[in-house]
Design a binder for this molecule. Sequence first.
Ligand code: M6R
Length: 624
Amino acid sequence: MCGITGYVGYRQVTPVLLETLKKLEYRGYDSAGIAVLHEQALLVRKMKGPLKVLAERLASETIEGSLGIGHTRWATHGEPSDINSHPHTDVAGHIAVVHNGIIENYAKLKEWLQAQGVVFRSDTDTEVIAHLINYYYGKNRKKQENDSGTEDALLHAVLQTLTRLEGSYALGLIAIENNDFPDRLIAVRKDSPLIVGLGKGEHFIASDVPALLGYTREVYFLEDREVAVLYRDHVDLFTEQGEQIHRAPSHIDWDMASAEKGGYAHFMLKEIHEQAKAFTDTLRPRLTREAQGWDITLDEIKLDAGWAAAPRIVITACGTAWHAAMVGKYAFEHFARIPVEVDIASEYRYRNPVFNPQDIFIVISQSGETADTLAAMRLAKQGGARILAITNTVGSTLSREAHLVLYTWAGPEIAVASTKAFTTQLLCLYLLALKIGVLRSKVPDVDRYLGALRDMADKAAQILHKQELIQRFASRQFNKDKVFFIGRQFDYAVSLECALKLKEISYTHSEAFAAGELKHGPIALVDTNTLVVALATQRELFDKIVSNIREVTARGAATWVITWEGETVFNAIADEVFTLPQTEDSLSPLLSIIPAQLFAYYCAVQKGNDPDKPRNLAKSVTVE
Ligand code: M6R
């Protein structure tokens, strides 16, 4: 996730920007940059790589100024590079902008600006903002000269620009203005966080609280579509329509460690809670409203008839990403009616697989750097396969070597146990399955599913509101010797991930079983020190899962059922039932994993484990 900071005041701005950016490093980034108003010119210094390299470079020159903006970039549009780093400026270098978020309509805006003669330097979506503001600023200034008007040409240009932007943005900008205005910094927020810090004779902006704690604890948390104009001695807040807003600042009393985690006790809990937003970020740019209803737009991979005609889909991945692939198998077969083969990457690379160049070959990896996954991809590529990567990391080896890439837009995942990366991988797989299903005329009622997907962020938030129920349940069950997750169909695929989450961080022996397999062996393990968690979201299989629950309760196991709100069939037979807001059975994995993630988290905490850094595990497995 990108990090933004900005300052106007009496101090030398460069050290302030570097120090505040450093406090945002935990968000993950691949490049960094600053823009400073220095002797009536905007000096921009930016480069790919860590902040300390930028700091070394800045130490070799004298940049004086007390107005500036800074940025750590986590690449979305365009690879990590010096030129794609922020800040971005208009052609003359009079306006500098830093941005966190995604401008969904940037391609159209870029085309329009190019038609006005603007020459672009980067591949980013952000650059359009600098050019658009400059375009309107120029017009407003001309109007001022003609009518001797007194309007604030820059602020007005920013507001005009906002009317043209679709997507999410937190923005910080500075400009060389005529002498009507003292130094000032403009900040805007929509669907991406931005905070204004209030000092004495100085003011700040930042993406997150930790950046500001060394300077102030009095802040405005900008609301969506609010604009802040920061001067040395005061801050004005406006609506996007330019109406002034008055409200009291908030006081922050978090310490630094909890501030980095956004007030959550651990990154894992924070990331579990970020899933609702990650759903929106992953979905919104890809669902477009057409005359006949909603449509899935996967511009980045340009699905054509060849995809619809593919005889088979092969998916490889490791760990959590492999579990996403398992859900994907059910989704592709359900919606697109294409046979799917799913392979653990470390097996695929050594098992002499049979290639068919007509196959769609999908590789899934949060980091895009997992050694086994890369090796499997390279093998398939040599065999002539078309490779589609699903990854969370722009510029990763996987994203560079695959033919096509679909990004998950989950934001950086810091906790070792994957949560929001998994659910956004699922979302990408569902979008692909539905799109290919439509191309193959297999999903006549696609609107129904797209409507359900659009509601998914709200439903995830409803589950997260019930986390205390799970915390209490975990406090009663965390000491069980064994926890088995059972399910059928989509529920079986998700059970695999539920069991991995629990074993990774609580160190409890947990396994997932296809519920129908219990009697073929695993039931021998069930005793009074066993918890069996039954995922029950496939309504037509309820009777079967009821029988499985009876089988394990008869052997003394405690049972927890995860099912839909309004379904009462399990109340009398399970020890505990957790209900999910209703959606399509076939989309249930997007929701049913969330209580299991929370359960794993709270069991780990009860046992005194650090859920963010489980023993023996690394976030990215770049060796075999
Ligand atoms: O970065 P990747 O998605 O390729 O990583 C794959 C696995 O190493 C990863 O999912 C691992 O299983 C996680 N610790 C799961 O929480």
